[in-house]
Design a protein around this ligand. Sequence first.
Ligand code: NAD
Length: 331
Amino acid sequence: MTTTRVLVTGGAGFIGSHYVRTLLGPDGTPDVAVTVLDKLTYAGNPANLDEVRDAPGFAFVQGDICDAELVGKLVSEHDEVVHFAAESHVDRSILGADAFVRTNVLGTQTLLDAALRHGLRTFVHISSDEVYGSIPEGSWPETDPLCPNSPYAASKAASDLIALAHHRTHGLDVRVTRCSNNYGHHQFPEKVIPLFVTRLLDGGNVPLYGDGLNVRDWVHIDDHVQGIELVRRSGRPGEVYNIGGGNELSNRDLTGLLLAECAADWDRVTYVEDRKGHDRRYSVDYAKIRDELGYRPRKELAAGIAETVDWYRTHRTWWEPLRPTAASAAP
Ligand code: NAD
C-alpha cells in the first residue's frame, strides 16, 4: 500500500488537531503521512499536537494559508488537502470581519489555486451548517441554497462555493462537509461549552444570550472526524455532505446540562443581551452521508458532555493560560 500524503490546514486548532491525532493515533488510518500547516493564531495551539509529534510521517509547518509561495510548495508535495484553517468565532466576526474574509475566503482560494496548479488528487473543504442560515423547523438537505447571516457564516459560505466552483469549472476533486456545532476536549475557551465549563469550574457566572432558546445540533468531535474520514476516503468528487449529531438542544437546555455536570445552580446564570443577528435554529439533514457512506454519530450526548467537562476539570494547565486571549463572554 502506498502512503497518502495529507496536508491538513488548521491542524493545531480544536477540530483539526483531533483529526490529526485520530489519523496518526493507535486506531488511525494506515499509510498516511500528515503535514499540518497552521499560522498559530490565538486559536492554534502547538500543545494540541504533542501526542503525535513523534509519530512517523508527521510534520508541522507554521505558516499562513494566504502565503501563495508556501502553499504552492506544500501542495506540490502532498496528494490530498483537508482544509480546516479558518477564523471560527462568530462573535469576533461581528466585531470585525477583515480576518475572516482574508483567511476564510482568500486563504481557501490560495489553496485551491495551488491544488489546480499541482494536480492535487483530492481537496476536502471543511464547511459549516451555519452557511445555510436559520431554519424554523425541519432540516436542511445539502441542496438547500446558502443564506448565511453572520460575517463568519458569510465568509464560510463564500469559501464553500468557491471550492465547489473549482470542481464544476475545472474538474478538481473537491468534497465539502457541512457539520453542525462541535463539542469535546481541546476547544478554545471562548466557545460556549468550554467558556461555561471553565467559568463554572472557577466558581464564576455564565452569560446566556437573549432568551436562551436558540437551538443547535451538537456533534462530538469523534463523530465529526469519523464523517470527514468517510468523505476523504469514499466520498464523491463535487459532492457536499452534511454531518450532524442528532442532538438538538436549546442553549438553555445545554446550560442545564453543564450546570448539572459542574454541580452548580441556575443562580450562576446571567441572561445577557442577545448576539446581533443571532440565528435561531440550525438543523442539518445528514441522511446522505448516513446512507451513502455509513456515517453514524456514536457519541451519546450526556456521556460526551460528562467526558468533556471532566477533561476541562483535569486539564487546567491547558486552558488557564489561554483565557486572557479569549473573546469576551459569549456563546
Ligand atoms: P479553531 O479556531 O479552533 O482552529 C482554527 C485553526 O486555524 C487554528 O489552529 C488557527 O491557528 C488556524 N488558522 C487560522 N487562520 C489561519 C491562516 N491564515 N493560516 C493558517 N492557519 C490558520 O477552529 P475549529 O473550531 O477547530 O474549526 C475548524 C474548521 O471547522 C473551521 O473551518 C470551521 O469553520 C469548521 N467548523 C467548525 C465547527 C465548530 O463547531 N467548531 C462546526 C462546523 C465547522
